[in-house]
Design a protein around this ligand. Structure first.
Ligand SMILES: [Zn+2]
Length: 190
């Protein structure tokens, strides 16, 4: 069945025809609420999520390279995204707004089996043309990889008295003095 009216965007990001997208020099952009990206949302601080303001701005660009290469190797896609995600600070356990940036090129090969087989040898990331990729799932993978291992405030909003190791300089020696380990050792020797 033919479409009778032109659509504002012929591209379906949930099932992208990457070859046609590259041939056309296609461009897609959008904004997704983090709540739609369930795996990413699971890693976010609940208080940060309650504010409900976190969204991911993304864009995708197709490019056809090297006309004399094999057909499968010529399809490329650049995926870029920015988000500010509330992660859990590993020092104070409060939400820490963390910028996430994705900027990655993918090369398309014919099938998933081929992508897996060639992945170890390829510098770039590989995706399969068929089944057609869901750009949001690819984007979520990339955002998850962009998460810092240990999210932390540069300066935590409240310094709890128990975290004595991070007190500012004006703590005027109220910390219990640590015994010199060599004195301890000499006491033990007696
Ligand atoms: Zn903190």
């Amino acid at each position: 069945m033919k479409a009778t009216s032109p659509s504002p965007s012929p591209w379906n990001p949930a099932r992208l025809d990457a070859r046609r997208f590259a041939e056309a020099g296609g461009h897609l952009q959008g904004e997704s609420a983090v709540g739609e990206l369930k795996r990413l949302a699971a890693d976010l601080h609940p208080e940060g999520l309650v504010q409900g303001t976190t969204s991911v701005a993304w864009q995708a660009d197709g490019e056809l390279r090297g006309a004399d290469q094999t057909a499968a190797s010529a399809v490329w896609l650049r995926l870029q995204a920015q988000a500010t995600a509330p992660l859990t600070c590993q020092r104070c356990l409060g939400p820490v707004q963390t910028p996430l940036v994705v900027d990655r090129w993918f090369r398309f090969v014919a099938t998933e089996a081929q992508a897996e087989a060639e992945d170890d040898d390829a510098e770039e990331d590989l995706l399969a043309l068929e089944p057609r990729p869901d750009l949001m799932a690819v984007l979520e993978d990339e955002l998850l990889m962009a998460l810092p291992l240990v999210p932390m405030h540069a300066v935590c909003p409240q310094t709890l008295p128990s975290s004595a190791g991070n007190l500012p300089e004006d703590s005027d020696g109220e910390e219990p003095r640590r015994e010199n380990p060599f004195q301890v050792l000499s006491k033990l020797k007696k």
